[in-house]
Design a protein around this ligand. Structure first.
Ligand SMILES: [Mn+2]
Length: 432
């Protein structure tokens, strides 16, 4: 079907870009000269950014919340069609977020064909489908109160398996190539469940989902240290995730959500480990100050994000053939306009990637081999210290996006317009 008009006015983006272009070109060329003195071609870095992309979570377009409250935003989306519309705005401005990851049953609307047509008409595609067995859906026969894929009752496990398989079938119709499985199963009390048996039950259920994967599909296993279970979770860490992925088979790989670790865990090392064993499936990008998975990417620890991308660049160099991690944003927008947070995060992630590309790999290897600790560190530091804003903005501009995404979004008046058009959402507890 033919694409509908993009959500924002092209003229507005063009006229704002025209105001910003001379300054951008000046900054880009100036940075180009700096990098050239280091033997690095800025256009080559920009070229790599031009082929970089991220998925947006459909649920990230709505205002999230905490266990205590959710404060709705006038004009936020309430239905998949509206979520897709907001994702199209993010994509129109950022140009690196062309895919949307749907969540079922939250995004269940009519048939898959209607969803696909709607997305295609907005210039979007679908990324990994996400199953949801961490809450009860309306009219669901059995409850997930005490777990889903690892539940003690075989009938509950069967219901959870069936839901995952249904997600795969819908995903096939949507053009997806992966299902992300995260379960809330776990315990709040020592002794509540057998730690060994619950993992056995999970593995048995996961194997049934795995058996339903179409060829070329991935099953991404997402681990999470705690929440909603606070004493133990069944797939708590990258070790449990990798053991499960190894047992399931080659189509099962691990997904790293940056917020799903204990504070201070060395996530970049996990990246290197998983890649070494062919199990690096993908990322959910966000940031965290304490134990959350809610804050905007790069807002708290941009250095960690850089170090993660540094390992990704290394991993791709080591074995380019099997390097295809799925990149997605997964954060909770509680006090900002979600579109602005998605734009800001896409920028932060692309910037971390650009900095990692600036690392002088040959020098780094030499310093590492010679045990020159300070210079090895300085090699990373030198790349990290570069303000890559002009490279990221130039790549975005050349792809047809806005040089200043948030300014363009604000000038478009999108949210106030939607506040008049869309029905109001309810307050209450949020779910992310
Ligand atoms: Mn996640």
């Amino acid at each position: 079907m033919s694409p509908t008009a993009p959500p924002l006015s092209r003229d507005l983006i063009d006229s704002l870009n025209a105001q910003n272009l001379a300054a951008l070109q000046d900054e880009y060329h100036s940075l180009g000269r700096v990098l050239e003195r280091r033997g690095c071609a800025i256009d080559a870095i920009k070229q790599r950014l031009l082929s970089f992309s991220l998925a947006q979570p459909s649920w990230g377009t709505g205002v999230g919340g905490t266990r205590f409250a959710r404060f709705p935003l006038a004009g936020e989306p309430t239905h998949l069609n509206e979520k897709l519309e907001d994702c199209a705005v993010v994509q129109q401005l950022s140009r690196i977020t062309p895919r949307v990851s749907p969540h079922f049953p939250w995004d269940k609307i009519g048939d898959a064909r209607a969803m696909l047509e709607r997305a295609t008409s907005l210039g979007l595609r679908f990324d990994a489908v996400n199953s949801n067995t961490f809450q009860d859906a309306p009219r669901q026969a059995l409850s997930y109160r005490h777990g889903s894929l690892a539940h003690t009752d075989a009938a509950v496990r069967a219901q959870a398996v069936e839901h995952n398989i249904e997600c795969i079938r819908v995903g096939e119709a949507l053009g997806s190539k992966a299902i992300t499985v995260w379960i809330g199963d776990g315990t709040n009390f020592p002794g509540q469940q057998s730690l060994a048996s619950s993992l056995d039950r999970y593995l048995e259920s996961a194997a049934q989902i795995y058996a339903a994967l179409p060829p070329g599909w991935s099953m991404l296993l997402e681990h999470k240290l705690y929440e909603p279970a606070f004493y133990s979770t069944v797939i708590s860490d990258w070790g449990s995730s990798m053991l499960a992925a190894q047992q399931l088979g080659p189509q099962a790989r691990c997904l790293i959500d940056l917020g799903h670790h204990a504070p201070n865990v060395n996530i970049e090392q996990i990246v290197a480990r998983l890649h070494r064993f062919g199990k690096l499936g993908g990322f959910h990008f966000n940031d965290s100050k304490y134990g959350d998975d809610d804050l905007d990417s790069g807002s708290i620890n941009p250095h960690q994000l850089f170090l993660v991308f540094n390992e990704l660049v290394e991993a791709e160099l080591r074995s380019p053939a099997d390097f295809d991690p799925a990149y997605m944003i997964d954060q909770s927008h509680n006090v900002t306009d979600p579109i602005e947070s998605l734009l800001s995060s896409a920028d932060a992630i692309a910037g971390a990637y650009a900095r990692a590309l600036l690392v002088d790999r040959a020098a780094l290897t030499e310093y590492q081999q010679g045990n020159d600790v300070m210079m090895a560190f300085q090699t990373l530091r030198r790349a990290y210290n570069v303000d890559v804003t002009p490279i990221v903005a130039m790549a975005r501009y050349e792809r047809g996006g806005a040089i200043d995404t948030i300014a363009a979004y604000r000038q478009s008046g999108w949210r106030p317009r939607k506040a008049r058009e869309r029905r109001a959402t309810s307050a209450g507890a949020g779910i992310v």
